[in-house]
Design a protein around this ligand. Structure first.
Ligand code: A3P
Length: 357
């Protein structure tokens, strides 16, 4: 089993960049450091650099380092965290809809006009664009997002004990989703990555924000230590039991649905607003563009099939067995299972926290 970092163990900001009077955002300092990190280009056009044990996309590294150095958490910040392609877009929409439900009527909700990634910003990417003030200007309580593993989160998030919601997914479906997403980033002149090559890289942990198992385990261990601060969800159980999950989310966020709201069907309205069918029917998610530096991303890139088990259409049973075996080995002894087996076991999401995982 992988080492078990604690939210409190990760390194504090680098001393050399935190000195009083120094330029708080000196990108060139980061460029020098970044150029020394091991580079992988198998997921081109994405270039990933190994930073403190994880393959971080190079275009996110400046923002990552800047954020680690300068981000100031607030005690009521809520973090929506995930390994990429695990259901981040959906969870962002749900958390945002739950938090703002008293502010906007559902027929006039911002999610009808804005992609969930606009409602809940990815902080490291915003820092990479040099737009940290946008995050600082957000009113409290903020809902924020990053794909960074727990051990790379800025120190202030940990010292203020901010709440975290983490979503994970069967690694086989994550890989398929990632493969399509990455192929969508490739210019037409580039062939898609052969799936077998993507599979091998993924199994070796060589993939954006990988290895996935260490990423998931860090948050899993943290959720075991501090269940009142870290809520650990599975994409598959969100699909199976949206009603219970949405109620659990609201409780965890400190804004539970009242009996009146439940009677009036507000929980169902949140689920409907954030559903795959609803979000994909909206003009903004069909034609809008995502603000990420130097990549041609459209909002529809975040929606594909929206279900579980598509790996069956892409992997031989031998490949699936291999990936499952790695997952089992990596998670051994942790109490966490991924890839189908755990979905039923984690059904009792209401009430008893012990039953959550
Ligand atoms: P697939 O590619 O398997 O369809 P992320 O948001 O972390 O990038 O994850 C993207 C995956 O979540 C994609 O999976 C996408 O289709 C799915 N997804 C996006 N919105 C969803 C929603 N509202 N409900 C269910 N799945 C959703």
């Amino acid at each position: 089993m992988a080492a078990q970092p604690s939210l409190c163990n990760s390194p504090p900001p680098m001393e050399s960049q935190g000195k009083k009077g120094a330029d708080p955002r000196p990108p060139s300092n980061y460029t020098d450091l970044i150029s020394t990190l091991p580079l992988e280009e198998g997921w081109a056009p994405m270039r990933n650099r190994k930073y403190q044990g994880f393959w971080i996309p190079q275009r996110a590294l400046t923002g990552t380092l800047d954020m680690q150095q300068n981000f100031k958490a607030r005690p009521d910040d809520l973090w929506v965290l995930s390994y990429p392609k695990s259901g981040t877009t959906w969870l962002k929409a749900l958390a945002y809809a739950i938090m703002t439900r008293a502010q906007y009527p559902f027929h006039h909700h911002p999610l009808l006009r804005q992609n969930p990634h606009e409602c809940v910003p990815m902080v490291d990417r915003t820092y990479s664009r040099g737009q940290a003030p946008e995050i600082e200007a957000m009113p409290s309580p903020r809902i924020l997002n990053t794909h960074l593993p727990c051990s790379l989160l800025p120190h202030s998030i940990k010292s203020l004990d901010c709440k975290v919601i983490y979503v994970c997914r069967d690694p086989k479906d994550v890989l398929v989703s990632l493969w399509y997403f990455n192929n969508g980033l490739r210019p037409q002149s580039m062939e898609p990555i052969p799936f077998t090559k993507a599979f091998e890289m993924f199994c070796e942990g060589n993939c954006p924000y990988g290895p996935i198992w260490e990423h998931v385990l860090e948050y899993w261990e943290e959720s075991q230590r501090r269940p009142e601060k870290v809520l650990f969800l599975k994409y598959e159980e969100m699909l199976e039991e949206p009603l219970r999950i949405v109620k659990r989310l609201a409780e965890f966020m400190g804004c539970p649905f009242s009996p009146e709201e439940e009677k009036e069907g507000v929980v169902e309205e949140v689920i409907e607003l954030c559903s795959f069918d609803k979000l994909t029917s909206l003009e903004v998610n069909k034609t809008g563009k995502v603000l990420l530096p130097s990549i041609p991303l459209t909002n529809d890139s975040f929606f594909r099939k929206g279900g579980a088990g598509d790996w069956r259409n892409h992997m031989s049973s031998e490949m699936a067995r291999k990936l499952d075996r790695i997952t089992e080995q990596k998670l051994e002894g942790s109490g966490l299972t991924l890839g189908g087996v755990a979905v039923k076991a984690s059904a009792a999401i209401n009430g008893d926290d012990q039953a959550l995982f």
